[in-house]
Design a protein around this ligand. Sequence first.
Ligand SMILES: Nc1ncnc2c1ncn2[C@@H]1O[C@H](COP(=O)(O)OP(=O)(O)O)[C@@H](O)[C@H]1O
Ligand SMILES: [Mg+2]
Length: 261
Amino acid sequence: MSAQPRRAQDFAVPQIEFAGVAKKYDRLILDGLNFSVTKGDFVSILGPSGCGKSTVLKLISGLTPANSGTILVDGMTPKNARETMSFIFQDPTLLPWRTVRANAGLGLELERVPREKRDEKVDALLELVGLSHVARAYPRQLSGGMKMRLSIARALATDPRLLLMDEPFAALDEMTRDRMNEELLRLRDEQKWTVVFVTHSVAEAVFLSTRIIVLSANPGRIHADIPVMLPAARAADLRTTPEFEQCVTAISRTLWEARTA
Ligand SMILES: Nc1ncnc2c1ncn2[C@@H]1O[C@H](COP(=O)(O)OP(=O)(O)O)[C@@H](O)[C@H]1O
Ligand SMILES: [Mg+2]
């Protein structure tokens, strides 16, 4: 029996590649990082405080350079790949004097997209994240969850293929966080992003991710790189299944090992 020749699209395309990456500030922060992220992956990074999780995102985005090793994003240097990605932080950094709509359109304004086109796009995005009804409101009038949705809308305006999220929901109450997690997965299924997501919550990482990277500290190294063997389509009630619980327990144990490694 002769095998069909495989086509290029049969191979998973790496969107991010780290090879032997090290980062120093006043001391060695990250060392010997080797991993790749495939298009469509949702990778969460867990690890003790200060182990270098945020630094990994900064390296991917080119906000800070590596001291050794190679980082490729879409086959380019992080700086050259900048346009393909958006960064979302825990603190939404909204401009208080601008309306919701004007905040969402900020990135497009900076890119000098003409007013009419900008408004059209921003209105579609506000619809997508469920904020159309508050388009004329100001950030102070929004709840924490709404502010985060606005910051996501703003990040999406520039059509990223890669989302870098640094503990985006850490300041939200648990119910809002759960709801935001479900919305994020819905948007991601629609928009086909690749996501690298930093969190402190094991349950959040398990619910969202296709893969979880656990870092150990001093210096930060990859302690474990674990595929999440849960169904691709994830509904809220997944959280109540024994499979989910087992996964959370296993990852919690790995995180504990990483803390004492
Ligand atoms: N710009 C910087 N200059 C000096 N040290 C830094 C800088 N940014 C981060 N660090 C240090 O690098 C380490 C890792 O930081 P970070 O990546 O923020 O960790 P995490 O996100 O895992 O909590 C910490 O010890 C932090 O103090
Ligand atoms: Mg951090």
